[in-house]
Design a protein around this ligand. Structure first.
Ligand SMILES: [Zn+2]
Length: 83
C-alpha cells in the first residue's frame, strides 16, 4: 500500500472484516513503515483517519428507499449509487 507518498506495508488488512468475532483491537491493521522518516506523517494520517466519523447518519437509497450508513457510496441492498 502506498498512500500520500508513504511506502508502508499493511498487515491484518483482511482480518478487518472479521470484527465482531475477534476482539476489535486484534483485527486492527498493523502498519509497518519501510522508511522510519515517514513516521510523523503516517501518524498524522492515522489521526485524521481515526477522527473521521465512520457513521455520521443515515442516507436513504433513491431507488429502493433502504436506509444506508451515510459513509456508504452505494446501497447495500440494491447497489444503486447513493449520491
Ligand atoms: Zn437501494
Amino acid at each position: 500500500m502506498t498512500q500520500a507518498g508513504i511506502d508502508a506495508r499493511v498487515f491484518n488488512e483482511n482480518l478487518a472484516g472479521a470484527s465482531g468475532q475477534i476482539p476489535f483491537i486484534e483485527t486492527w491493521p498493523e502498519i509497518w513503515l519501510t522508511d522510519p522518516a515517514d513516521e510523523g506523517r503516517a501518524r498524522a494520517l492515522l489521526r485524521d483517519y481515526e477522527t473521521t466519523p465512520a457513521d455520521s447518519g443515515t442516507v436513504f437509497c433513491p431507488k429502493c428507499k433502504e436506509a444506508n450508513p451515510a459513509n456508504f457510496e452505494t446501497c447495500w441492498k440494491c447497489g444503486a449509487v447513493l449520491r
